[in-house]
Ligand binder design. Sequence first.
Ligand code: HEC
Ligand code: HEC
Ligand code: HEC
Ligand code: HEC
Ligand code: HEC
Length: 283
Amino acid sequence: MRYLLSLFIVLSLAAVTMAGYRETFEREFLSKPWAGGPIVEKSACIECHTSDIMKPAFRAIPDEWQGSWHALNGVSCNDCHGGDPKDASMSMSHVRGFVGKPKYEGVPAYCGKCHIGILKNYLESGHGKALKATKKGPNCVTCHGSHGIQRATIDIINEQLCTKCHSYERAKVMKQALFLTEKKMGEIEKDLKALKSEGIFTGDDEKTLFSTQAEFRALFHTVDVSLVKDRTDEFTKRLEGIEKNVQKTFAELKVRKNFSAFLTLIFAGLAVVVAMLSATYKD
Ligand code: HEC
Ligand code: HEC
Ligand code: HEC
Ligand code: HEC
Ligand code: HEC
């Protein structure tokens, strides 16, 4: 009887611990966007464009694309250029929707078919208007590149790039206007990651952060410093909402950890007592 009791206690202790692990595992691994991995379907575009018949000037393009944020998210050659990646003989045919390489002033619409909100802000901006009027404004590729595109940060705003066409002064005030909000978003992102690695579900806060981030970064494309400043309060408020939730969750986590340490102690104590009792009976 005593042995059964101590076996029961040890087993239930193990069950409690296991349940925690399974939850953690599910949240950590099964919900990750990379659970399926990046899409690496066979593509006639890539096969031919990396082969010997390709002219050297173009040969590095697939490699450059491979390392991009687009490749990681399954956006391939034909998603931008059109055409048929499954049929080598027809892949660059207009019949299969191939549109080829865009003209300098055609780039915003080319990228904007997917990045709709950004295109809208860009077209209304000094940059978009200058592109339309004189073809002198920067297009998306001027700032982001075309094949090796990485996640965007305010580091794109730098002296070398932004002084190609005008003084750095106006670029710098823009960067200053963005800086504090970007910093806060970075901190919250880090905290959410830390919570996630503790097995805490952060989906709702993550969603709010993601949409706030997307909207804020689209705002840059207006290159309108006073508009960015005007809207900063509103973004700060939204971010403070998420921050509050995060702090609360951290506090709860601490209580939970203390409580489970307490439970473990109790169980261990009980197990010792039971073991001692059964030993006493044997004697
Ligand atoms: C995100 C959209 C996008 C993706 C994905 C993309 N391209 Fe492009 N590509 C462009 C744009 C925009 C240009 C024109 C601007 C430039 O020259 O950089 C271009 C230009 C080119 C050119 C002409 C280069 C030149 O110097 O004239 C080739 C060739 C090309 N792409 C092949 C590819 C191949 C092959 C892939 C897949 C491995 C690919 N592209 C994926 C957007 C894309
Ligand atoms: C059988 C070989 C082959 C296949 C398959 C192929 N390409 Fe090309 N592609 C070429 C060659 C060769 C050139 C260079 C033409 C030149 O000399 O300017 C080229 C040029 C290009 C250019 C730049 C010139 C332009 O018209 O805009 C783009 C963009 C491009 N390819 C995209 C693609 C995409 C997207 C696919 C798949 C849907 C694809 N290619 C499939 C051989 C191929
Ligand atoms: C077929 C749709 C499509 C086209 C066309 C496209 N993109 Fe994207 N782009 C995506 C997707 C999907 C992502 C990944 C999800 C995300 O990060 O928003 C992405 C991500 C990005 C990012 C990184 C966003 C981040 O989180 O920091 C940049 C920058 C970007 N694209 C710029 C461009 C530019 C410039 C062009 C044109 C040369 C272009 N895109 C064309 C679909 C597209
Ligand atoms: C290819 C040329 C070019 C590049 C590169 C460029 N700009 Fe501009 N920029 C322009 C033009 C053209 C205008 C509008 C005409 C003017 O006001 O001079 C402009 C205007 C601006 C304005 C004022 C907008 C307004 O409404 O008053 C800001 C701010 C600005 N750019 C920021 C930047 C930043 C930040 C970068 C670097 C990330 C940059 N620009 C890179 C060409 C460029
Ligand atoms: C003058 C330079 C410049 C031009 C032109 C430009 N961008 Fe950006 N883009 C940036 C900078 C800088 C950021 C990052 C802003 C931030 O972090 O607040 C950014 C951010 C982005 C993002 C990331 C948004 C997110 O949710 O994280 C995407 C996508 C993007 N740009 C696409 C485009 C497209 C499409 C075009 C053309 C219609 C374009 N950009 C034109 C400089 C530029």
